[in-house]
Design a protein around this ligand. Structure first.
Ligand code: ATP
Length: 515
């Protein structure tokens, strides 16, 4: 990759070229913030889901699954707070007619100070002091850097206070005071700031009179809360227990950008863990650890993860953090772990008039459980795994190859079957091997082009193994098994293939490491 190439662009183009992710309705010039998962994308996505589901549901006796409907009774969203408070502050530039999130304009401004001012000072000093340069000390002591840092802290705290007080005029005044201009028109000709609800609504029912306004769910977890008693009773669950769900969520994001990182239709994998009040902070710490273990178990460099503990908590939470990942565009939220107290169950009790309590047989009394939530965006996890795996390597002979180093259990295609030549009975033997393995593993048969080219194609897709059938294969019933990462080939007998592949690509083995 050229040094100045945008790493996200490279990922988007590889994803499209190799059948992972396509822009939605591309023949009509696409639909902003909607994407389709292609032939390999759907497999990778399914495998990530399986890794999560097996770890959560099959790996824990006290966690069960659910698949609730996307449409829910409209009062659900009143109880959850989404009707009244699921808003983003938006602002338009009158000259370019472009719409922005006011808080994002301010955040981008602060990021600009960090990059254009602080990083510039760091680079200058690093050049001046060479090997003696100590970045951490410099950041803490250089008067100019301290001034810029203080400016960021001040803006951030003023923005926080204004948002908290819902002071939209104050937000606009801050944008004007800082001289923030529209990146398109270059002017500061702004409209007033307005609140914009992120939920999509539609009509339920066919006639105008009989229809009522309902919403596409903006998160999956409310389906878990409203089913609390159904699940607890039908599964004879004892607190502590969890309910896990994977499903679509919809948010009318004002600015949707950065590929599949922020979409208007996306998928979440959420688990609500119901605990006895008073034990929630212990459970919160445990889930924070367990979720980090799940991530790091994939072999991704641990320095690509960091935990951002929330200092300012939502009114219903008593602890919360984001697990952030170093995406191609920097560290951003990948997953949230939240201790949500009894807020959701109590709100649904209030709105529905139905008791949502648990009878504790050991204590002989009923109570409303507290909840720890783990909530991860499947598409963001896809982007994390995809971007981490995509590498360009220079080989010993000076040539280069693009390879997707996906963990074998997540790889869309586990193994390719490649006859060395398209004659002498090699394709027939290859087809036989392919047919014997295809229902145990997702396999691919390929006889087109020279063998080197076929290996490169599998490398670019991320296929961890390739079986090559040559003339020796016919005589000795052996094949070569090529490892994607080392590119080494080992001669193995055909009868061993199933066993070897199942050991090397096993999802169960991967999950064991995450428990
Ligand atoms: P952000 O601050 O990035 O908008 P959020 O705090 O609103 O995210 P949550 O409401 O906590 O996100 O949702 C849980 C998870 O769902 C997030 O950690 C993220 O992985 C995923 N998610 C949220 N919004 C989107 C989106 N528009 N596109 C893709 N994934 C999303």
């Amino acid at each position: 990759m050229a040094a100045n190439e945008d790493p996200l662009k490279r990922i988007v183009s590889h994803a499209k070229e190799y059948g992972y992710v396509f822009p939605s309705s591309e023949i009509y010039d696409g639909l902003s913030a909607a994407y389709d998962y292609g032939i390999y994308g759907v497999e990778l996505k399914n495998n990530i889901k399986e890794y999560w589901w097996k770890t959560m549901v099959h790996g824990n006796e006290n966690i069960v699954g659910l698949d609730s409907a996307i449409f829910m009774h409209p009062t659900t969203w009143k109880a959850s707070g989404h009707v009244d408070a699921f808003n983003d502050p938006l602002i338009d530039n009158k000259d370019s007619k472009k719409r922005y999130r006011a808080d994002v304009l301010l955040e981008d401004y602060m990021e600009k100070i960090r990059i254009q001012k602080i990083e510039k000072e760091v680079k200058k000093a690093a050049k001046r002091f060479g090997d003696d340069f100590d970045k951490e000390t410099f950041l803490k002591t250089n008067p100019r850097v301290l001034q810029y840092t203080q400016k960021i802290v001040d803006i951030s705290s003023r923005m926080g206070q204004l948002l908290e007080a819902n002071d939209l005029n104050g937000i606009k005044a801050l944008i004007e005071e800082l001289g923030i201009v529209c990146p398109i028109s270059g002017t500061s000709n702004w409209t007033d700031v307005r609140q914009f609800n992120l939920m999509f609504s539609t009509e339920l029912g066919s006639t105008a009179d009989g229809s009522s306004k309902i919403y596409l769910r903006p998160e999956t977890c409310q389906g878990i809360f409203v089913n609390f008693l159904n699940v607890q009773k039908s599964g004879r669950m004892k607190v502590p227990f969890g309910v896990a769900q994977i499903g679509k969520a919809f948010r009318n994001e004002i600015i949707a950008r950065q590929f599949i990182f922020r979409m208007r239709e996306f998928e979440q994998m959420e688990m609500q863990y119901f605990v006895k009040p008073g034990t929630e902070l212990e459970a919160y710490e445990e889930w924070k650890e367990r979720r980090l273990k799940w991530h790091k178990n994939l072999g991704i460099d641990p320095s690509k993860y960091r935990v951002h503990d929330h200092i300012k908590l939502a009114h219903y939470a008593n602890a919360a953090c984001d697990i952030e990942y170093d995406f191609p565009m920097g560290f951003k939220e990948l997953e949230g772990v939240h201790s949500r107290t009894d807020f959701d169950l109590k709100s649904h009790e209030d709105e529905s008039g139905k008791k949502l309590q648990y009878f504790d047989p050991e204590e002989n009394k009923s109570y409303t459980p507290y909840v720890i939530e783990t909530s991860i965006g499947l598409d963001r996890m896809f982007l994390a795994v995809f971007s981490n795996s995509l590498v360009e390597e220079t080989l010993e002979d000076g040539s280069s190859r693009v390879v997707m180093k996906l963990p074998a259990a997540l790889a869309p295609v586990k193994c390719a079957v490649l006859p060395l030549l398209k004659k002498d009975g090699l394709p027939e033997m290859a087809k036989e091997i392919f047919n014997d393995l295809k229902l145990d593993f997702n396999m691919q048969y390929d006889e087109k082009d020279a063998i080197g080219k076929r290996y490169r194609r599998q490398d670019a897709i991320g296929t961890p193994f390739a079986i090559t059938i040559d003339h020796d294969s016919l005589e000795h019933k052996t094949v070569t098994l090529r490892d994607r990462d080392t590119m080494k080939q080992a001669r193995v007998s055909v009868s061993e293939l199933k066993q070897i592949l199942s050991e090397k690509t096993s999802m169960a083995e991967l999950v064991k490491g995450a428990l």
